[in-house]
Design a protein around this ligand. Structure first.
Ligand code: NAP
Length: 282
């Protein structure tokens, strides 16, 4: 019998804890603030940014949104980031990706000071994750680790398979599982015998970006399956895991929607709080 890992409930608990700490900081005269920058008109990005703003406000944080036109130059964007880098009211800076093609994403990410890089995309923060000495972790893998902790799923000694090797999900996910003593395999589009490798996983994380990619024949009996995918099929949100066929083989599984998605925003809030505390030597 499987259980559904309820990302909504876990994210609500994380946010409640953040809200309490934000209020405690406020009593000491310390505010917590996040700046979110969006360039252009991508509808999905606009929804994400609006959700981040709402979450900040609900937790008592200062939220600033910078909606810049599509034709914003790289220099203009970087000069805004430089201003925010030295803005005392802002503890975290997030630049919503993807950026328009004429802007070099790497240069933009590098221009956010590591102390305010609450997405943990800056090379310095990426390096810190590698050596296991970090303040911020990219929000999606951080959210997955929080879910596993909340569900008392012990990673130590387990066979973990991550499908996907992106810088924002797959790679940091693999590092976090490794730091918790998982035995980790990372798969990608060139992986041979993918099915067989997945079938060995006690914990299987799917971050592929293909609807219903993981099928029952790829899952070991009793595995924990984490579905990161957010795919649109006929206007409906669906994950990378074929939930209906896979669920009965698992011991625990995340749904889409209501699984990893809500955790991502909660961890952004937590990273912003961490940034505020660090910047105030708390
Ligand atoms: P991405 O950058 O496109 O990476 C996808 C990865 O999947 C790549 O490493 C790719 O391999 C691998 N892949 C593609 N086809 C494959 C195949 N046939 N067999 C094995 N591996 C394959 O995507 P991402 O940014 O990591 O995101 C992955 C999914 O998670 C997307 O659906 C995205 O929308 C979702 N997402 C959700 C959240 C959330 O909050 N829930 C946050 C971020 C992302 P190669 O490297 O070889 O190309």
């Amino acid at each position: 019998m499987y259980r559904i890992i309820d990302g909504k409930a876990i994210s609500a608990a994380v946010k409640e804890a953040v809200k309490t700490e934000v209020a405690q900081l406020k009593e000491k005269g310390i505010t917590t603030g996040l700046a979110v920058i969006i360039v252009g008109e991508d509808p999905a990005s606009k929804v994400y940014v609006s959700n981040k703003k709402k979450a900040c406000e609900a937790l008592g944080m200062i939220s600033r949104e910078y909606a810049l036109p599509e034709n914003t130059t790289e220099d203009e964007l970087i000069s805004l980031i430089e201003k925010l880098n030295s803005d005392k009211e802002i503890n975290g800076i997030l630049c919503q990706l993807p950026l328009p093609k004429h802007i070099n994403e790497k240069k933009v990410i590098d221009s956010i000071i590591p102390e305010k890089d609450v997405d943990a995309f800056h090379p310095q923060n990426v390096g810190k994750i590698m050596i296991g000495d970090y303040d911020f972790v990219p929000c999606t893998p951080a959210g997955i680790m929080e879910m596993l902790k909340y569900e008392n799923i012990d990673v130590s000694g387990k066979r973990c398979v991550v499908i996907g090797r992106s810088n924002i999900v797959g790679k940091p996910m693999a590092m976090l599982l490794l730091h918790k003593n998982g035995t980790v395999t990372v798969c990608h589009s060139k992986t041979e015998n993918l099915k067989e490798i997945c079938r060995e996983a006690d914990i299987l994380v799917a971050a592929v970006g293909r609807a219903n990619f993981v099928t029952a024949d790829m899952v070991k009996e009793g595995a924990v399956v984490i579905d990161v995918g957010m795919n649109r099929v006929d206007g409906k949100l669906c994950g990378d895991v074929d939930f209906d066929s896979v669920k009965d083989k698992t011991s625990a599984i995340t749904p889409v929607p209501g699984g990893v998605g809500p955790m991502t925003i909660a961890m952004l809030m937590k990273n912003t709080l961490t940034a505020a505390k660090k910047q105030n030597n708390i």
